[in-house]
Design a binder for this molecule. Structure first.
Ligand SMILES: *Cc1c(COP(=O)(O)O)cnc(C)c1O
Length: 363
């Protein structure tokens, strides 16, 4: 089978550099947990998980049980932490696969205790210090810990919380969350147990050294985005091969609804990628692509499987490579640029690019 004509390229050497930059930044005494949820932010769950393990990352984290199972089946050995709230019918598998999972209520603790007989379940307790998503209120953290210990079915490994506003440096609410969390874990009851305490996402890792504690969990940063003062770089490119070429006369409408009309005779090339791949339709008449190192506009509505590009008087042949995200020559289209055009964040642009696009790993 030939290669699909639109694809994602992951530069593993750049990822390796990013991992070592983050590692140096946090210091050797801090554990490095790489979140690889949502297909490793679109980079490919299992490939990235295995590579991160090889590069000495200490922990992986995912949102859901199935993501963890995929990693284990791919041969990942390092600890895998599941962030999401667990469901009753998953408990057997959570324990059998030896995942570290999150408990943040008595109710979930009790559900697990009904099932775990032979093996203690390794867990992290999640504390809500202000993100208001999941986690037990900080004021109830101690009581939950004592309760879970009393059930004699848990190996309590860690305690963590999540920051709501750490993407901005010197944000007062982030400082407050850090303070709340630190004053909780300083309780001798936690200290004694030598729990792994962790709080920092990318923003915390970058801007709040006080949040590093025993382990950090920077996802987006490690993939090379929102890097502020760290020299990490994206390792992700999106490419397609020109599938078709035509000359279009002045005054002709392009694609569904004719939302674009040519102003002069021009050359239009078609790329075999569309919103069916997760390349957002919002980029119609806004986005651009690079061909031969030059930037050209996407014209007309992006279709499910194809989109059209106006190359003016330039020459381009069918089969040539177009870059939709990444560098070509001296030009670059960044994920940040696209996310601004779509009024969203790099996270969403990356995760939406789906499995119809093969991931190619360069090393
Ligand atoms: C997704 C997630 C992270 C990583 O967030 P980034 O902003 O990508 O660094 C860390 N911790 C938790 C609990 C998460 O859900």
């Amino acid at each position: 089978m030939g290669m699909h004509p639109a694809w994602i390229e992951i530069d593993l050497l750049q990822l390796q550099r990013n991992i070592s930059i983050v590692r140096n930044w946090i210091g050797k005494d801090t554990l490095f947990c790489l979140p690889v949820k949502a297909n490793a932010y679109g980079h490919g769950l299992c490939e990235i998980g295995k590579y991160a393990e090889k590069q000495g990352v200490d922990y992986l984290a995912v949102a859901h049980l199935e993501e963890g199972i995929s990693l284990r089946n791919a041969g990942v050995h390092i600890p895998i932490l599941i962030f999401g709230a667990i469901h009753e019918d998953q408990i057997g598998e959570l324990i059998n696969y030896n995942f570290e999972f999150t408990i943040s209520s008595r109710w979930k603790g009790e559900l697990v205790s009904r099932i775990c007989r032979t093996k203690k379940a390794p867990i992290h307790i999640e504390i809500d210090t202000g993100h208001r998503r999941t986690g037990v209120r900080a004021s109830n953290g101690r009581a939950l810990f004592l309760y879970l210990q009393s059930l004699d079915c848990f190996n309590i490994i860690g305690i963590y919380s999540h920051l709501a506003t750490a993407d901005q440096p010197n944000n007062s609410f982030a400082h407050k969350q850090i303070e709340t969390f630190i004053s909780l874990i300083e309780d001798p009851i936690f200290k004694e147990k030598k729990l792994i305490s962790h709080l920092a996402n990318s923003g915390g890792t970058l801007h709040y050294p006080a949040s590093h504690l025993d382990m950090v969990r920077p996802g987006l940063l490690t993939f090379g985005y929102n890097s502020a003062h760290l020299p990490v770089q994206p390792c992700f490119s999106l490419k397609a091969k020109v599938a078709y070429f035509k000359v279009v006369e002045e005054g002709e409408g392009i694609s569904y609804g004719h939302t674009f009309t040519t102003r002069s005779t021009t050359r239009i090339v078609t790329l075999p990628i569309g919103y069916g791949d997760g390349y957002l339709r919002r980029l119609s008449n806004r986005g651009s692509v690079l061909i031969r190192g030059k930037r050209f506009p996407i014209v007309g509505m992006i279709c499910m499987d194809q989109l059209m590009v106006d190359i003016g008087n330039n020459e381009v042949f069918v089969g040539e490579e177009a870059v939709l995200i990444g560098k070509q020559g001296d030009e670059e289209i960044s994920v940040e640029e696209i996310s601004l055009l779509c009024d969203t964040l790099p996270y969403e642009i990356l995760c939406l690019l789906n499995s119809r696009l093969p991931r190619i790993y360069l090393s």
